[in-house]
Design a binder for this molecule. Structure first.
Ligand code: GLY
Length: 422
């Protein structure tokens, strides 16, 4: 089969590598891609938010399957356009993608499906902000305020702070720019990302992973799109994964079917494992970044076949997924000043190994590779256990040179040292 992947991050690089390992995949294309993906797929620079441009590219390439990586084209309906053109597409419809695109919709679906999530309130009028803030955070007995953009914000619309002034300032700036704000109660406990391939009411979970959203070691500093991830989670009992599938993802998938917008694609449940059990922090309508870079290297089953089965309504007939033993870690190398305005255009060397996935990179005419985004690379290590996987990832990072770059040194460390308990 011929597969076109849409997107340009390390996640899409990981998707392409996993597809390339499937003997049933004969050709790969990517749009727009980056300096790393150019080596493994035909690359075209189209506007990926335009259904017409993506459909034209898919037809020109003769794609049997289009896999849409990022949320923005999904929320804008690109998967609908591809399907309407008669081409199989892995990715939800515009209607179903609202599970990520509008947090208020996600809350409503979870409420109807009886799924545990944080208590929340939407504020769209600045005059109501102060009274709403009093119903959350320390005045309401929570350790911190959780303030989110109701719409898409690339992971950076969230502020979690015990400082009322900081929480208020973030909410006020979102409101000032016309974005409704979601206030939430704080969910305590280790976080889990569980990716599920979903086709209507059929749910197939991948290995659970943990993401590190804060920029600094020890979970300090501002939120980012994700600074690293590891899988599997030795501290998470299999019964909890089963409970997440049965009590969280399956009821939400069924509720979307009931509402006439069945989900087809990757439904990503971000959860906190609280003392009273799993509770949803957020749903996303696509593979997560950087968890995908850690999860997919451990998948042994043919990945293209899995995605095609979901895209064509055949997921229930797929055999159980097979996984490699061991662990995987992905560590993000970010540009200077990320998650603020990153410094771009720095030359990168030592980033051509098979364990280095590219995100914000571009190739200059002179052949050099330069940084072109905030999260520049994801470096992946695999090994017999988490300690070995970490060692491999950090050894590979040691070979990379990117002036001003930074990365977290503690990805997977607490789990490797047995310091995560439920
Ligand atoms: N890992 C966070 C995200 O993909 O949104």
């Amino acid at each position: 089969m011929r597969v076109l992947v849409i997107g340009s991050g390390a996640r899409e690089h990981a998707l392409l590598l996993a597809l390339r390992r499937d003997p049933g995949v004969e050709a790969l294309a990517v749009a727009p891609g980056n300096a790393g993906t150019a080596a493994i797929a035909e690359q075209s620079d189209v506007d990926i938010t335009s259904g017409d441009e993506v459909v034209k590219l898919a037809k020109d390439f003769g794609a049997d399957l289009v896999v849409v990586g990022p949320e923005v084209p999904l929320v804008l309906g690109v998967a609908d356009a591809v399907r309407a053109a008669g081409i199989a597409c892995f990715g939800p419809s515009k209607e179903a993608a609202r599970i990520e695109g509008a947090k208020s919709f996600a809350k409503d679906v979870m409420d109807a499906a009886g799924v545990r999530t944080a208590r929340s309130e939407i504020v769209d009028n600045p005059a109501r902000l102060d009274a709403a803030l009093d119903r959350f955070g320390p005045p309401a007995g929570d350790p911190a305020w959780v303030v989110k953009d109701d719409g898409l914000a690339a992971g950076k619309g969230v502020v979690v702070s015990a400082d009322r002034d900081a929480a208020r300032a973030h909410a006020a700036s979102l409101l000032d720019s016309g974005h409704p704000v979601l206030l939430e109660s704080f969910l305590d406990g280790p976080e889990v990302s569980l990716f599920c391939v979903v086709d209507g009411e059929t749910v197939v979970p991948l290995l659970p992973a943990q993401d590190f959203k804060r920029v600094g070691d020890g979970d300090t500093g501002p939120n980012t799109g994700g600074m690293g991830a590891y899988t599997p989670l030795s501290w998470l009992p299999e019964t909890v994964v089963t409970a997440i599938v049965d009590d969280v993802v399956a009821p939400v998938a069924a509720e979307l079917v009931r509402r006439g917008c069945p989900f087809s694609g990757l439904l990503y449940a971000g959860l906190a494992i609280t003392s009273s059990g799993p509770a949803v922090v957020e749903f996303n309508c696509r593979f997560g970044d950087p968890e995908t870079q850690a999860v997919l290297p451990l998948l042994r089953s043919p990945f293209g076949e899995l995605l095609m089965a979901a895209a064509t309504g055949e997921l229930a007939a797929q055999p159980p997924l097979q996984w490699r033993d061991g662990a995987a870690v992905a560590v993000v190398v970010a540009a200077e000043n990320y998650p603020g305005r990153p410094r771009l255009g720095d030359v990168i060397t030592g980033a051509d190994g098979p364990d280095v996935l590219h995100a914000g990179t571009a190739r200059r005419e002179d052949g050099s590779v330069v940084s072109s985004g905030g999260r520049v690379l994801s470096v992946v290590g695999t090994g017999a256990d988490l300690a070995a996987a970490r060692e491999q990832a950090y050894a590979a990072i040691g070979r990379i040179k990117l002036p001003g770059s930074h990365f977290r040194t503690d990805i997977g460390l607490a789990a490797a040292e047995g310091r995560i308990t439920l």
